[in-house]
Design a protein around this ligand. Sequence first.
Ligand code: PFF
Length: 456
Amino acid sequence: MGQNERVTFGSKLGVILATVGSAVGLGNIWRFPYMLGENGGAAFLLVYFICILILGLPVMLTEFFIGRHTHRNAAGAFKAMVPGTKWSLIGYNGVLAAFLILGFYCVIAGWTLEYIWQSVTGGMHGKGADQFKLEFETFSTGVVRPIAWTILFLGLTHVIIVSGVKNGIERASKVMMPLLFLIMAVLCIRSVTLDNAAEGLAFLFKPDFTKLDSSVILSGMGQAFFSLSIGMGCLITYSSYFNKQTNLQTTALQVTVLDTLVAVLAGVMIFPAVFSFGIAPTAGPELVFITLPNVFGQLPFGSLWSFIFFVLLGLAALTSTISLHEVATAYVHEEHHMSRGKAALLVSLGVLILGTISSLSFGVLKTYTVMGLTFFDLLDYVTAKIMLPLGGMMICVFVGLRVDRKILKAELTNEGTIPFYFFNTYAFFMKYIAPIAIGVIFLNELGLIKWMKGFF
Ligand code: PFF
């Protein structure tokens, strides 16, 4: 497809909703609470906030610049800006990351379908915390059921992707965001009025700085990148569909604020309940799936609440899987001159294989590990903690080194028609602070800083 024939999102609201739809997903409601639980609580929250502010926002804006400036997919954008150079490796890193993330993300997305099913058929009342845990473990370590749900979820994503950007992505995103906020607010109220809620809130909001170490910092940074969908060209791809009137600055700010708000709401919804029902905050990926049924069990019409919640969570996951799929599909379609349908099919089949192995790694393949990580954990670790921050760092280095400031400013101010009061601050953070901070966190986690200290 030539540059001028490219579709754009239909409305201002569509732009925001589709981008928020990509950012808000399982990362906020499933991954954030379990990462926070595994990384010692509020100290992690603080690191996460700082990373959102000083790394997330600048990287997001920079991705918006690249995408709308070139109107290309993640890899094509670099080819268009600096043809014949190695910079397009940043785009390939992103396309690969999208593919790998989808390989574990659609498994958890599939779990939401199981819980929708259970809400309709099973009922939530009369079961204790232990029983919810046991039922979850039986399900997630099984073979057929979780894989079947994974395939179904991937199928849904596939259908929306082949029906195109405007009809699929934008329309799907417009429906569910306000509803999701509403139901999360209700669940937060129920959770904070449970016995022992104060302990959960303290865990979430009162930092214990003795818990801060390099792995908490790397986890916080990885979570910030994962949650904002940055560092892998997803937002390059989406902003390539923005039109010339889109205000990139306010879009970045709105997406960041909404995404962070949903994560904090998820924390308030989960942790009081975790402490109230005596669940270990370090439970890992199953945390949300064993905690929430307990909360629903405490509500009148619990199954109905559960049904609505998991439908919304499933939809939030869907708008994110769509964005991940789109990164890979747009790349194959545009760079390898394959029809959109064929490109999507190729991506879906690849993800199907990864998803099947990821799902089995909770059960029969649990003992097959690399560096102590199951296949599922490995995909998560490599993408969130390595590929996304590295991608984000290189995006900043690229724009800092290779893009004329005037061009950057013109794009971010819509050719001077809107002001950008903090342009110099942004440019400073993007060019120096973000790449250096990400680099230092990496070196520290790899143990290289300790090793270098040995020389002094
Ligand atoms: N941001 C999504 C979430 O929080 O669930 C996950 C995600 C989507 C990550 C798209 C990366 C991406 F490119």
